[in-house]
Design a protein around this ligand. Structure first.
Ligand SMILES: Cc1ncc(COP(=O)(O)O)c(C=O)c1O
Length: 397
């Protein structure tokens, strides 16, 4: 038999549950889609117009591989406005989408056989990207405390640190978190930073939901606020969520200053940079009008969160740990033991799309497969109807 050249870590990849369910009913008219991490709002007109104008102006050529200078400068302004930190443009690169920023950070850090410690439950593409580059994934599971008042997620740092060894290259933290809405408190960030500095471990801080918080602050605590320019910190950010631009595939990476040259090479080798005309849309998103849209988006999420809360208040089999940020409800259903089968059934019979909890890596020890995730950044009436359909279907489980 001839040699199989395909890497073992690629052969081991399996489609994640969100995609498996969504492909069953994507685009079907009578189905309410709550499965993806996106609002039902179309990208605002002023952003679309800027990209259209760029096309009409002939912005269809290769550009600077790390992003056009005016966009990188505008991202610098975004960080100043939201977290009060002046991040030098040398540290800002746009590899393409935020997803590619995740892959890029992992490519920079991991050789085959290294490991990455990832706080879970977590959006599956994160750990699949780590597996793709050949790293071993170690999950540091959040604890769900339902007896606390209010119920809360918490991270046991000692437990997480005990997962790290000489082959640990990175700790991956997504805060506010997908799917939980958990926000890592500042004291924990400091402790993680201390540990990571001592051990020569990088921090990958996924802050794509950073501005979607419900505590009145402009941004959740960011690692940018407590680190130096050459710390081994990689911050992931995206235009997708706060500006309703999921289909644009554009996001950015903040990286250590000393890696500027390498990023120039990597962004060329991976994608020759982000899509040119999409960058002009992104530039418009960072204007004052874009800031206003972000505020409206946060408000839409706040309303959506209340719609889910009211629904849950009337349930006896469905509960949640009320999210502090992002735009997801990670709903716990008493008696559910197979979230993928339930999500499939919701597509075929319930006509509502949810993401099965099993897609997000280990969640809770007690009820490992009793969750589904919904995105609540939706029209409130449609959201309420989707929830009612879930309730009806659950009655049959
Ligand atoms: C935690 C997290 N990181 C990164 C991304 C990727 O964002 P994008 O779609 O902009 O590539 C997502 C998207 O859902 C996400 O939830």
């Amino acid at each position: 038999m001839t040699r199989d050249p395909v890497r073992q870590s690629i052969k081991a990849l399996e489609p994640n549950g969100i995609g498996l369910v969504a492909m069953m009913g994507l685009g079907e008219k009578d189905l309410i889609p709550l499965w993806f991490g996106e609002t039902d709002l179309v990208t605002p007109a002023f952003i679309r117009d800027a990209a259209k104008q760029a096309l009409d102006d002939g912005k269809t050529f290769y550009q600077q591989s790390r992003g056009i200078p005016q966009l990188r400068e505008a991202i610098r302004g975004f960080h100043k406005r939201t977290v009060g930190v002046d991040v030098a443009v040398e540290r800002i690169s746009l590899p393409g989408a935020a997803t590619l920023a995740v892959v890029t950070a992992l490519q920079i850090l991991c050789d085959t056989g290294d490991n990455v410690v990832i706080v879970s439950p977590i959006w599956p593409s994160i750990f699949q990207a780590a597996q793709m580059v050949g790293a071993e994934v170690r999950f540091a599971r959040l604890d769900d405390d339902w007896r606390a008042s209010p119920p809360s997620w918490s991270l046991d740092l000692d437990k997480m640190f005990s997962l790290c060894d000489a082959r640990t290259k990175a700790i991956f933290i997504n805060s506010p978190g997908n799917p939980t809405g958990w926000i890592m408190p500042r004291e924990q960030q400091r402790a993680v930073l201390d540990f990571a500095r001592k051990r020569g471990i990088a921090i990958i801080s996924d802050e794509v939901y950073g501005t979607l918080t419900f505590d009145g602050k402009a941004h959740a605590p960011s690692f940018l606020e407590i680190t130096d320019a050459d710390d081994n910190l990689f911050v992931i950010n995206s235009f997708s969520k706060a500006w309703a631009m999921t289909g644009w595939r554009i996001g950015w990476l903040v990286h250590p200053a000393r890696l500027e040259k390498q990023l120039g090479v990597i962004t060329i080798a991976n994608n020759t940079g982000p899509t040119t005309f999409a960058q002009y849309g992104a530039l418009a998103a960072l204007s004052p009008q874009g800031d206003q849209f972000r505020d409206e988006m946060r408000e839409r999420c706040r309303v959506g969160r209340e719609v889910v809360q009211r629904f849950i208040d009337g349930q006896n089999r469905i509960r949640w740990i009320r999210p502090e940020g992002a735009f997801y409800g990670f709903l716990h259903m008493d008696g559910l033991t197979d979230s993928l089968a339930f999500a499939r059934d919701l597509v075929t019979r319930g006509r509502v799309g949810v993401a099965p909890g099993s897609a997000f890596g280990p969640s809770t020890a007690e009820h490992p497969d009793a969750f589904v995730r919904i995105c609540f950044a939706q029209d409130p009436a449609l959201l309420a109807e989707g929830l009612a359909r879930i309730e009806t279907a659950l009655a049959g489980v």
